[in-house]
Structures are given as C-alpha cells and as structure tokens.
Write a protein that binds this ligand. Structure first.
Ligand code: GLP
Length: 250
C-alpha cells in the first residue's frame, strides 16, 4: 500500500517541530478541518510547537480524541478529557465545543463508544490523525489481539499498559482497567496518519510496525495498510529500520 514517509530528527523537541510542520502544511494546503488527537507523552512536543506557531486556521479546526478511560472521573487530571483540554484545546486555541472525547463516564460505555464512531463519521471523517505507539505495539488503546476491522468500542487494558500508564497516577491501582478506544478500522479511515515516536523505550517498535508481519499481535503493524502515513521519529526509535525507510536525519 505504499511506504510510510519517515522523517528523523535528533531529539524529542525536534521531533515535535518536524511533526508540527506536517500539521501546518496540511492546514496551509486546506486539507485539515478535523484533527485526530492522541494523548500520552509522545505528541506533547508537537502540541507545544503548534501552540508556539499557532498557524493560521488552526483555531477553526475540530478535533476528536483517540480514546478515554472508562470509569475515571472526567474531572480527574489524568482523564483524557482533561489531558486534551490542558495540552491541546487551550494551548492551541481550539473551540472547546468542537473538541470531542469519548464519554468514559457514560452509564452505558458500549453505547457511548458506538455513538462516538457515528459522530466521527457524521463529521465527514478525520483528515489527519496523530498517533503514538505503546510499548506492546498498541495504537490508541487497541491492545494486542485487536482486529483490523475493529471499530470504536470498550476494551480491557493489558497489565503491561496499566503498568506503563501508572506513571501518570499516584498508585498503580488507580489506573483504570478499561477504556473506550477508536478501533483499528476507525483509525485507518483517517485520510492521513502522523505517527510520532521518540525515546529509548521505543527502540525496535517502528521496525516491528513497518517491516514485521501484519498481525493483531502487534496492532501498529496494521499501519502498513494505510496509503498515507508520515512517521516522525528520533534516531533511537528509527534504529533498525532498513535504510530505504529511514533516510538520514535533517
Ligand atoms: C497511551 C495512549 C496511546 C499512546 C500510548 C503511548 O496508553 N492510549 O494513544 O500512544 O499510550 O504513550 P506514550 O506516548 O506516553 O509512550
């Protein structure tokens, strides 16, 4: 389906700046009215770079978050509703009414997930989806075992993901056990994908994602089937990618 475009940068700040350029270019080209936003630490330098540059038209875009914990108070500082408000909506100057996050506090989370899928479709779809990658190859909260055809739904978080994400909570037991996540198929429907990866813990993951077998065991490998993927990575995480995929750093 075509190879990803891979841009490497020396460190996480530079990864953020390069990724911000991709978003800015899409805006300038008139190809960005709905942005998909990821949480986690990987996209933070990108959001900071965009907050600093505030390109023209940015404040008019709509946004959809990738996922949200189930059963966490929406006011909790680590709920993705709050993370998106703090890291994206406010610094980028977006209209809060145009920024949506799945309702993880809904009485019926499965129904809330289906409604979220419908909202994305009704909006005309996501033009540019920002993504990170989890240590076990998850994208959003599509844990290993997630199918290519999966849609927005309630999922159980793996013990590995709960341990990874305990860094954001006071106690590991506080990490929720479930989440609402956009599905693999939902993500692949976005017109363009922008994957940001940096740091020593991500070494080897890009190779598995783009040069390994396409399998639910490593959900990021499904990105191989999208025709328009841009990856911005530091050298450590790009290590191991074949030279065809990973050009020299800028
Ligand atoms: C979280 C999010 C993902 C994110 C991933 C990696 O669990 N649900 O969307 O990509 O973990 O996080 P980080 O960027 O902090 O490594």
């Amino acid at each position: 389906m075509g190879q990803p475009q891979i841009i490497t940068a020396p460190d996480r700040q530079a990864v953020g700046r390069e990724a911000a350029r991709v978003v800015e270019a899409a805006l300038t080209a008139g190809e960005l009215s709905t942005l998909g936003v990821a949480t986690g630490s990987s996209p933070l330098p990108l959001y900071r770079a965009l907050a600093a540059s505030r390109p023209e038209g940015l404040s008019e875009i709509a946004a959809f978050a990738l996922d949200e914990y189930v059963g966490l108070d929406p006011q909790h500082p680590e709920s993705y509703r709050q993370v998106v408000r703090r890291e994206v909506t406010e610094p980028l100057g977006l209209d809060p009414h145009k920024v949506r996050v799945p309702d993880g506090a809904a009485e019926n989370p499965a129904l809330a997930a289906r409604m979220y899928e419908e909202q994305i479709a009704a909006s005309g779809g996501i033009d540019l989806q920002i993504l990170g990658i989890g240590g076990n190859g998850h994208i959003a909260f599509n844990e290993p075992g997630s199918e290519r055809i999966s849609l927005t739904r309630v999922v159980d978080l793996t013990p590995a993901t709960r341990i990874d994400n305990s860094r954001f909570f006071d106690h590991p037991d506080e990490v929720p056990r479930q989440a609402i996540t956009q599905g693999v198929a939902t993500i692949l429907r976005a017109r363009r994908l922008l994957l940001v990866v940096h740091g020593p813990t991500k070494s080897g993951l890009l190779r598995r994602a783009f040069e390994g077998p396409v399998t639910p065991d490593f959900p990021a490998s499904f990105l191989q089937s999208h025709p328009q993927v841009t990856v911005v990575a530091d050298q450590v995480s790009a290590q191991g990618l074949s030279t065809i995929l990973a050009p020299a750093a800028r």
